[in-house]
Design a protein around this ligand. Structure first.
Ligand SMILES: Cc1ncc(COP(=O)(O)O)c(C=O)c1O
Length: 429
């Protein structure tokens, strides 16, 4: 560190010189964090209203999650799947139990549906990152299509939606509609058809006898917290039922409490066939993702056909089990109730900003996309102004910022965040 540079500049220079330039972070270098707050290398404190893009739904260093991690660190951290561990089975059983218990909301499959014969037992394929869960879901859907639905070999098609975000692998960016995400990375994996988001008729028209799955975010997170029209997800369910197609819900960001519900799909009264989970499943401590589907769907995978060295490792599973325990509390003090209650406070305050520097607000629970009047500045300008007022958020797509504070945020802190947004809007020229 030179005598003239600040600690922040010192770290930024190291990253600039020795790290790939695939991010454009705010000039905050975090050294420590607790709950909803982070402290940077200069001792400045910030309210974290991004929460690791929802990976930190339970805040930084939640005591139950840290305790589970510490206990497991001293026992065993990795076995690979060549051997068993005493955390894998309980983790899968507990996640199956958590999602299965909530399935009552959505009722039984329609009479005559291909789902009627399924076992009713949810099974879990543990992976690490969200993108891996998506890739795994795609592989499972294709194999199910060939072996169960009878689609001719190598003809499987998956319908996806414009504006969606599902990760960064070559297959996934190949069906992205974001030029930055896909430009320069081709050639891409064939077999994907893109339709407009929120348009059930367009989705239905894209289905062919070779369609094996519809892959959709129940709320598009990275697109700016875009909530589809009411009735869209039930319509997706009906289209999938009619065409014998798997409804694959990417709940990597929307799931596990963010919306005040365990799953955003189920909050609309329908159940997907395949759930993709990630981010918060690892409690912000370990990368942990999962594909969750009926045993009759995941059953298409046999030894040697899919895997991951770290997927389902004991450390991640131990933290995941503690996450499941937090989410299983459906009482008024539980995370889901908290996100619903505080979500109402957040959206009440944000609605009052529309017409006062804000053009539109979307979202549900503790999740909001805020479109700032572009005449005031970009989303980046607003994020920087909020940072100067001690609140961290992230911009997305032009003049949109998204708020996704940890579910443990207090009501007072939430007001602090919206006050900072209000102040930031008035700071802009
Ligand atoms: C809906 C959705 N799916 C998948 C991913 C990819 O997750 P990861 O970054 O852990 O690979 C993300 C990440 O933002 C996401 O929001």
């Amino acid at each position: 560190m030179t005598t003239t540079e600040t600690a922040t500049e010192h770290h930024e220079h190291l990253v600039e010189q020795y790290s790939a330039h695939n991010y454009h972070p705010l000039p905050v270098v975090v050294a420590q964090a607790h709950g909803s707050r982070v402290t940077d290398v200069e001792g400045r404190e910030f309210l974290d209203c991004l929460a690791g893009y929802s990976a930190l739904n339970f805040g930084h260093g939640h005591p139950d999650l840290l305790a589970a991690a510490h206990r497991q660190l001293d026992r065993v951290t990795l076995t690979s799947r060549a051997f068993g561990s005493d955390q894998l089975g309980p983790f899968c059983a507990e996640l199956s139990g958590l999602l299965g218990r909530h399935a009552e909301n959505s009722g039984p499959p329609a009479p005559g549906s291909y789902r009627e014969s399924w076992s009713g037992r949810l099974t879990v394929l543990p992976m690490n990152t969200g993108a891996e869960a998506v890739e795994s879901g795609i592989k499972v859907a294709r194999k199910w299509g060939y072996e169960v639905k009878g689609v001719p070999v190598d003809r499987a098609q998956i319908v996806v939606t414009a504006g969606g975000f599902h990760g960064r692998t070559t297959t996934i960016v190949g069906f992205s509609t974001d030029p930055d995400a896909r430009g320069g990375f081709g050639p891409f994996t064939p077999g994907f058809v893109v339709v407009p988001y929120g348009d059930a008729a367009a989705l239905e028209a894209a289905i062919t006898p070779d369609t094996v799955a519809v892959l959709v975010e129940p709320i598009q997170g990275e697109a700016g917290v875009v909530v589809p029209p009411a009735g869209y997800l039930p319509a997706v369910r009906a289209v999938c039922d009619a065409a014998r197609v798997l409804f694959v819900a990417d709940e990597v960001q929307s799931g596990l409490g963010r919306t005040g519900h365990l799953l955003a799909t189920r909050a609309t009264g329908v159940d997907a066939d395949v759930y993709l989970l990630g981010k918060a499943l690892g409690g912000g401590i370990m990368p942990l993702s999962a594909v969750v589907a009926d045993a009759d769907v995941l059953g298409v995978l046999h030894p040697g056909q899919h895997g991951s060295t770290f997927g389902g490792n004991p450390l991640a599973c131990a933290v995941g089990r503690a996450v499941i325990t937090l989410l299983a509390d459906e009482g008024p003090a539980g995370m889901l109730a908290r996100a619903r209650r505080l979500g109402d406070v957040l959206h009440g305050r944000l609605a009052a900003l529309v017409g006062h520097g804000v053009v539109a607000v979307r979202g549900t629970g503790l999740w909001a996309g805020v479109d700032v009047d572009p005449r005031l500045g970009t989303g980046r300008d607003v994020s920087e102004a909020m940072m100067r007022r001690g609140v961290l958020v992230k911009d997305t797509h032009g003049s949109t910022i998204r708020l996704s504070p940890p579910l443990v945020i207090t009501e007072r802190e939430l007001h602090e965040a919206v006050d900072a947004l209000t102040g930031a809007l008035s700071d802009l020229p």
